[in-house]
Design a protein around this ligand. Structure first.
Ligand code: URP
Ligand code: ZN
Ligand code: ZN
Length: 462
């Protein structure tokens, strides 16, 4: 099958030109001006941007968490992602304490098998490295299974939290082999103490989720993560960075030449603490960790993105329905499942808030939504760019089209949208995933099971 994409404005992290792209099978095979070549399908991309498919490096599909399971599975979640212009997700498998890491990977392979409309890869959440077998399993994941990044938690004591010795052990081991430790950086031990006091005083409403997780607790976690990584001589990647206090720690490290990387998420760029004040328990929709912060932090995060102290934007898509799932915490904020939806809206939100509102260039938009993730997580140049030989993961993006984000028109399997009513300019029109049409003029034309598992190589940015 040959597809010719004509007349588009092709944007990568470094290029900006008008040209035609020939896709043959799964790959981009030719790029040029006014290509006059027979093809099975011709797509006219006039007045549109032609960009590399988005890579969302942080999703949680079908994940047991907080006494329930995230509402999107690999079928609904990847379909929604495709609608929004994302063609690769990197999802989190979980090793629960006392179990095998390889078994956890098998479980996540089964969850995704036959369901995904777009390509996917896995990070592994590691909660137990107490045995020699666990260390061998980490090596096996990096060397043979294509799972080269590992998330560790400084939060959620008793469930996911690991101690500093375990983090240091993982960093030393993974770092020496080109693997990457992704840190959920928050001082969960102190946070739990603050939560205990709040509940004892009868403060149970959703807003206390935010008020019991101060920015200093995140900054301390980031600072400690970086110090541990430095001692282990390994790079470190901070996930879902939410605030200026934490960003300052990353910036300071990077200014000193330390290989510290970080992502932020749309929720921290567009939403703020005031959302927790919504009536009728609606604040629960925004209970995520780290929590939404005071609004002034948003400008600092945009500056961080512009200046490359933050390398990318991923969603931390972890949806729970308001009805029945968020409601588990009606009488106690600490029982509200932590997480929020977003995989479908990331590209439009960042284009709108970033490019349309003049904060970042269109090249930087591509870099922070696709290219940097590919480089950091070992997928470049197969993914993350438009080049001859790369996978034909291509998004035809209408930079003038407007849409109003709403649960009424989204495809995520969740009964609310965090950005309800927000008008954005910049909408995904057509999506190819490894050469196959998945979205055509806004309509899903893909097939569950066409998405493949991606074995990743080791860290490519240092
Ligand atoms: O609230 C969140 N972020 N839920 C997902 C789990 C995590 O920590 O990323
Ligand atoms: Zn986390
Ligand atoms: Zn997450």
């Amino acid at each position: 099958m040959k597809t010719l994409i004509k007349n588009g404005r092709v944007i990568t992290a470094v290029d900006d030109y008008y040209g035609d792209i020939l896709v043959d099978g799964e790959f981009i095979t030719l790029i040029g001006k006014s290509l006059d070549i027979a093809a099975d399908k011709v797509i006219d991309a006039k007045d549109k941007l032609v960009i590399p498919g988005g890579i969302d490096a942080h999703t949680h599909m079908d994940m047991p968490f907080g006494g329930t399971t995230s509402a999107d599975d690999f079928r609904t979640g990847t379909l929604a992602a495709a609608h929004g212009g994302t063609t690769t997700i990197i999802d989190f498998a979980i090793q629960t304490k006392g179990t095998s890491i390889v078994d956890a990977l098998d479980t996540w392979h089964s969850k995704a098998q036959g369901k995904a409309s777009i390509d996917y890869a896995f990070h592994m959440i590691v909660t137990d490295l107490s045995k020699a077998e666990h260390l061998e399993e980490v090596k096996r994941l990096i060397d043979r299974e294509g799972v080269t990044s590992f998330k560790m938690f400084m939060a959620y004591p008793g469930v996911l939290l690991v101690d500093d010795a375990t983090i240091f052990r993982a960093m030393s081991l993974a770092g020496a082999r080109g693997g990457l430790i992704c840190m959920h950086a928050e001082n969960g031990v102190v946070i739990n103490e603050i939560i205990r006091q709040a509940l004892a005083e009868g403060r149970t409403a959703p807003k206390f989720h935010a008020l019991t997780r101060p920015t200093k607790a995140e900054a301390e976690g980031v600072n400690r993560s970086i110090a541990l990584a430095e001692m282990a001589e390994s790079p470190v990647y901070i996930v879902h960075l939410s605030c200026h206090d934490a960003l300052k720690k990353v910036k300071e490290a990077r200014d000193n030449g330390i290989p510290a990387f970080a992502e932020t998420c749309p929720q921290y760029l567009f939403l703020d603490y005031s959302y927790y004040e919504k009536e009728n328990f609606e604040g629960a929709k925004y209970v995520m960790t780290p929590p939404l912060r005071e609004k002034w932090n948003q400008d600092e995060l945009w500056t961080g993105l512009k200046m490359n102290d933050l390398q990318l934007v991923s969603t931390d898509h972890c949806p729970f329905c308001f009805k029945e799932q968020k409601e588990l915490g009606r009488d106690d904020f600490s029982k509200i499942p932590n997480g929020a939806p977003g995989v479908e809206n990331r590209m439009s939100l960042i284009y709108n808030g970033g490019v349309a509102q003049g904060r970042i260039s269109v090249n930087r938009f591509v870099e922070i939504t696709s290219t940097s993730a590919a480089k950091i997580f070992g997928l470049f140049p197969r993914k993350g760019t438009i080049a001859v030989g790369s996978d034909a993961d291509i998004v035809i993006f209408d930079p003038k089209k407007k849409m109003t984000i709403s649960a009424k028109n989204h495809h995520m399997n969740v009964d609310y949208n965090s950005y309800e009513g927000m008008e954005v300019v910049g909408v995904t029109d057509t999506v190819l995933s490894r050469g196959k049409l998945v979205i055509e003029n806004g309509k899903y034309v893909g097939k569950a099971g066409d998405g493949q598992f991606l074995k990743r190589s080791t860290v490519q940015l240092r």
